[in-house]
Ligand binder design. Structure first.
Ligand code: GDP
Ligand code: IMO
Ligand code: MG
Length: 443
């Protein structure tokens, strides 16, 4: 029997503003893991995985579901719209991926009701351009209700009190809708919702007990982050953030696994930066032909909303902050192929702000907005696209990678050179001892 000493629990976190390529990396790593668990967020995530000619976009279900032997779990830190989840299950099953029996849902996850969606719509309509540009999936209201202790947990679908709980939440929501001069939601909507939500009953599990038991048994568990460090409600560019904790700390509160269970924290970064929605972006390239070229060749359009992503240069002060907050021990750099053919590539090494130099990004909005990027320029590269051999990577790109790793104090163990699983270079000599299992992927 396996023991706890052989156990392995790793966290994969996005270290920028989301869309770093977490889905691809989790799919790649899932070959090594028995369980893949989402620990926060909801269907605001869009994790794209390309396998042969197939493209899968996951909003809620962990990217590990593609591997037949992987069990997937939505942790108690997630917020779930039952209709969106059941549609995702159906669409995967139509494509030949068996989900039933391989997907579990924490009883402590919170449910997104139709009235929370209405609240988000009413608020964004009111705020217009002053809003933060959410994904419209009611993520903010769902976490608000959770914290205000009027949310509906997934476990409630088994309770004879379900309707009573729904009516209470509905009454709360209708007070806000009325005050915003919106039509209130009727109780029949709550009854309709209950019928759909009850379909989640067969998936339910006591997440913390289950995962602790699996950890003790030595099962390998991968915790899949959504969004990115700069969108963290505590550690991001508040208020231009999401409403959960994508940083590694969220992996414990969002699953019930203790901090002592975590044995590896891997950060995912793009070779450049992107952001969707509003908020400060110090290294943004702006509305230029160059930004458009990167957007087109990187296909930088939101997987959830289709919005064009804002594009910028790699930002080391920003990364120093998220790496510190999550305790990232190793990095995967994705999408360097997108920069193939550029004459030069810039990296922001520090900011100038209030007459001084900042090596770590400030946290407060009024400071960030005053920051100006200080750049180091690198000669461009070519031929990175699709490369699988470390020695064949262009020397200018290798200089870039070495510089970034040195500046960030974290080894870059994966370089992703395309969307497909095999379009990956594993840098064996840089793998820290706690990640030695990665060597299995390079065989
Ligand atoms: P996530 O939200 O972090 O999982 O990232 P997204 O899936 O939203 O965005 C990343 C996009 O880039 C997806 O379309 C991936 O298929 C794609 N992708 C991932 N890695 C690479 C890479 O190394 N090169 C290229 N060109 N595309 C990549
Ligand atoms: P993945 O997991 C990029 C952004 C939204 C908005 C802000 C708040 O694919 O990396 P929300 O709907 O969460 O209340 O919106 O956060 N956002 C993301 N941006 N990738 C994501 O997820 C995101 N999830 C939320 O655009 O600016
Ligand atoms: Mg995404």
């Amino acid at each position: 029997m396996k023991t706890r000493s052989q156990a392995l629990v790793w966290v994969v976190v996005g270290a920028q503003w989301g869309d770093e390529g977490k889905g691809k990396l989790v799919h790649l790593l899932s070959r090594l893991f028995a369980l893949v668990v989402r620990y926060q967020g909801g269907a605001n995530a869009g994790h794209t995985v390309k396998v042969k000619q197939n493209k899968y976009v996951f909003h809620l279900i962990p990217s590990g579901i593609i591997r037949r032997f992987c069990l997937c779990l939505l942790g108690n830190g997630t917020v779930i719209d039952p209709e969106v989840l059941l549609e995702e299950v159906k669409s995967l099953e139509r494509r030949g991926i068996c989900v039933r029996g391989r997907l579990l849902i924490a009883t402590g996850a919170h449910l997104i009701t139709p009235w929370l969606l209405k609240i988000e719509q009413a608020r964004s309509a009111y705020l217009g351009k002053r809003g933060i540009g959410t994904t419209g999936r009611a993520i903010g209201p769902a976490y608000e209700y959770k914290m205000a202790r009027v949310g509906i947990r997934a476990g409630a679908v088994r309770s004879s009190n379900l309707l009573k709980l729904l009516y209470k939440s509905l009454a709360e929501a209708n007070r806000e809708l009325r005050s915003r001069r919106q039509k209130p939601v009727s109780r029949s909507e709550a009854r309709k919702f209950a019928r759909v939500a009850k379909k989640l009953a067969p998936f339910l599990v006591d997440c913390s007990s289950y995962l602790n038991q699996e950890w003790q048994r030595g099962r390998k568990i991968l915790l899949e982050g959504a969004q990115g460090g700069m969108l963290d409600v505590d550690h991001g560019t508040y208020p231009y953030v999401t409403s959960s904790s994508p940083t590694a700390g969220g992996a414990c509160t969002g699953t019930g696994l203790p901090p002592t269970a975590i044995s590896g924290i891997l950060g995912v970064i793009k070779a450049y930066a992107t952001r969707v929605g509003g908020g400060p972006f110090v290294t943004e390239i702006g509305d230029t032909a160059l930004a458009e070229r990167i957007r087109q060749s990187g296909d930088e359009y939101g997987a959830t909303t289709g919005r064009p992503r804002r594009v910028g240069w790699l930002d080391l002060p920003q990364l120093r902050r998220t790496i510190a907050v999550s305790g990232i021990q190793a990095l995967a750099m994705t999408k360097a192929d997108v920069l193939d053919g550029l004459d030069e590539v810039l990296v922001c090494t520090s900011y100038r702000c209030h007459g001084r130099t900042w090596r770590v990004a400030p946290l407060e909005l009024h400071d960030i907005q005053a920051c100006r990027p200080q750049y180091k320029r690198f000669r461009g590269w070519s031929g990175v696209s699709g490369q699988t051999n470390l020695r064949k990577l262009h020397p200018n790109f290798r200089r870039y990678v070495e510089f970034v790793a040195r500046e960030l104090g974290a080894p870059i163990v994966f370089t992703s050179t395309g969307a497909k699983e095999h379009e990956t270079v594993v840098c064996r000599s840089k793998i820290p001892a706690n990640f030695k299992l990665i060597k299995e992927l390079a065989k």
